[in-house]
Design a binder for this molecule. Structure first.
Ligand code: GDP
Ligand code: MG
Length: 293
């Protein structure tokens, strides 16, 4: 656990690049308020992205959908990861959630626009990449599949950003409930033609096994916790219940570790590549078409 996230183990050529320039990665979390987005971010990066001086959006008033950005510099094995976390608080709280996806889509597009403008300027320095590379979309563990608002939200986003759907608060479901819920969610995703990020095959054997396992457990069910507790002499991140511990990093308890490995170890670069070659290119083509028309 000690300060270990895993991004320093990225494949060799990526690693060399990352050592030289540092990695820039922007991760967005989306979902109803109270689903554990901020807590999961803290669990993922072993650091309080949100602290007492800098409380997460869920601790502030949530009258409007307001987007909150936090930058953290993570260092590991000589690799620097400049991580930007984009939190989108509070949707679902209002009586009318009709256009709640709008500020989020506009945010993603504004990053594309910035990039487009920067690209068109003559400049020898390498461009900073502030585009949104991944969106973790949190689903409430209702047991009843996707909500209308989730379908609408993901459809508004899926042509713009890599979506990884997550079942939130995995500890609130039994193993069987979780399995059923995942099945239902996947079915809803397919029937509604929502495009989610497809983890590609990787050539190294260990990661390939990981990826296969992960694909079979989509959508990944996660939980987060801000406390470390003692479990048989080991300090583990866990949720404490009267009947025992739900351990965040125990893969029998939830898919948190699977998510962390996929996201930060195996597919960080692919998420950036897909953002550039698919989502950004789409956006650029639409802009050009708009200009021509
Ligand atoms: P956000 O609004 O989505 O950012 O949610 P927060 O991270 O602020 O968490 C909202 C509440 O849910 C807090 O009371 C957390 O302690 C609790 N919580 C966070 N993660 C989990 C989880 O994985 N399982 C359970 N049962 N509760 C969680
Ligand atoms: Mg929050």
């Amino acid at each position: 656990l000690e300060g270990y996230v895993g991004f320093a183990n990225v494949p060799n050529q990526v690693y060399r690049k990352a050592v030289k320039h540092g990695f820039e990665f922007s991760l967005m979390v989306v979902g109803e308020s109270g689903l554990g987005k901020s807590t999961l971010l803290n669990s993922l990066f072993l650091t309080d992205v949100y602290s007492a001086e800098y409380p997460g959006p869920s601790l502030r008033s949530k009258k409007t959908v307001q987007i909150q950005q936090t930058r953290v510099l993570l260092r590991e094995g000589g690799v620097h990861l400049l991580l930007t976390v984009i939190d989108t608080p509070g949707f679902g709280d209002a009586i009318n959630n009709a256009d709640c996806w709008k500020p989020v889509v506009e945010f993603v597009e504004s990053r594309f626009e910035e990039h487009l403008n920067a690209e068109s300027r003559v400049n020898r320095r390498p461009l900073r990449d502030t585009r949104v590379h991944c969106c973790l979309y949190f689903l409430a563990p209702t047991g009843h599949g996707l909500k209308a608002i989730d379908i609408e939200f993901m459809k508004q986003l899926h042509e713009r950003v890599n979506i990884i759907p997550l079942v939130a608060k995995a500890d609130t479901m039994t193993v069987e409930e979780c399995r059923q819920f995942k099945k239902q969610v996947l079915k809803d995703i397919q029937e509604n033609e929502i495009h989610i990020y497809d983890f590609p095959e990787v050539d190294n054997e260990e990661d390939s096994k990981q990826t296969k396992k992960a694909r079979a457990s989509m959508p990944l069910a996660v939980m987060g916790s801000n406390v470390l507790v003692d479990s048989n002499g080991r300090k583990v991140r866990a949720r404490v219940y009267p009947w025992g511990l739900a351990e965040v990093e125990n893969s029998e308890h939830c898919d948190f570790s699977v998510l962390r490995d996929l996201l930060l170890r195996c597919h960080l670069q692919d998420l950036k590549d897909v953002t550039n070659t698919v989502h950004y290119e789409n956006f650029r083509a639409q802009c050009l078409a708009g200009l021509a028309g």
